[in-house]
Design a protein around this ligand. Structure first.
Ligand code: ARG
Length: 248
């Protein structure tokens, strides 16, 4: 690049940088980063024995906060209320294993994706034949209220969908034979299979990609978080956090 081109691109960068300064970063610097999650989704977020919210998302957001030099405050609430809480400014960021969808993109601003996984079917070990959507016809299928998996379950012909406020309750319902199956993230299903020895992943439905979300008008914050994510990837910290939780 010659000097002129360099100058032009530098000033364009300055313009776009200032156009992006919507005050969300400044606000977070002043008041800290309030992060909303639904701690029923291990290993992304769950409650430990002391009722503390722990998980991959928690470690990642804390690492991002550290890079940004801001205080992080994590609050637990119901999953289906996270986007409304974000829009009404009760929280600044959603870190909840949230799947990126075109529908949600209309309401929120997603960061770079941090996890790729699959939506799978889970059943009890005597029902390993529940391996495809067609096999769930006439069966009950559990999923979390407001989740992409609930939407997937609703699309299964002939299945009756049972919605749960918490994924942990949906897993208990499957183990205790109140429902026949679950649609769930593979990684989360693997965790529940460790807690409930009768549960198995029986089939794969679709792929998913997870990201953090901020308000639509917080492009400055999304850029700042993405920069931190890129730094954390370069240093290997993000991989270490994933490894710690995904190998549990
Ligand atoms: N990945 C699914 C979705 O975005 C479910 C996420 C549920 N997260 C949670 N923390 N309970 O709809």
């Amino acid at each position: 690049m010659n000097k002129i081109a360099l100058l032009i691109s530098a000033s364009l960068f300055a313009v776009s940088a200032s156009a992006q300064t919507q005050g969300c970063v400044a606000n977070v610097q002043k008041n800290g980063l309030t992060v909303g999650t639904s701690p029923d989704y291990p290993p992304f977020e769950s409650l430990d024995n002391n009722n503390q919210i722990v998980g991959l998302d928690v470690d990642m957001v804390n690492a991002i906060g550290k890079k940004m030099g801001v205080k992080v405050n994590i609050v637990g609430q119901s999953f289906d209320g996270l986007i409304p809480a974000l829009i009404s400014k009760k929280i600044d960021l959603i870190a909840a294993g949230m799947t990126v969808t075109p529908e949600r993109k209309k309401a929120v601003n997603f960061t770079l994706p941090y996890d790729n996984s699959e939506n799978v079917i889970m059943a009890r070990k005597e029902n390993l034949s529940y391996a495809t959507a067609a096999k769930l016809s006439g069966k009950s299928v559990g999923a979390q209220i407001g989740s992409t998996q609930e939407e997937l379950a609703r699309g299964i012909k002939g299945a009756s969908v049972k919605s749960f406020n918490l994924y942990t309750d949906a897993a208990v319902a499957l183990q205790t034979r109140q429902i026949d199956s679950l649609v769930i993230d593979r990684v989360v299903g693997e965790q529940f299979a460790k807690t409930y020895p009768d549960l198995r992943i029986t089939g794969m439905l679709s792929k998913n990609e997870k990201a953090l979300a901020v308000r639509k008008d917080c492009g400055d914050l999304v850029n700042r978080i993405n920069a931190a994510v890129i730094q954390l990837r370069k240093s290997g910290e993000l991989q270490a956090i994933s490894k710690k939780w995904l190998s549990k």
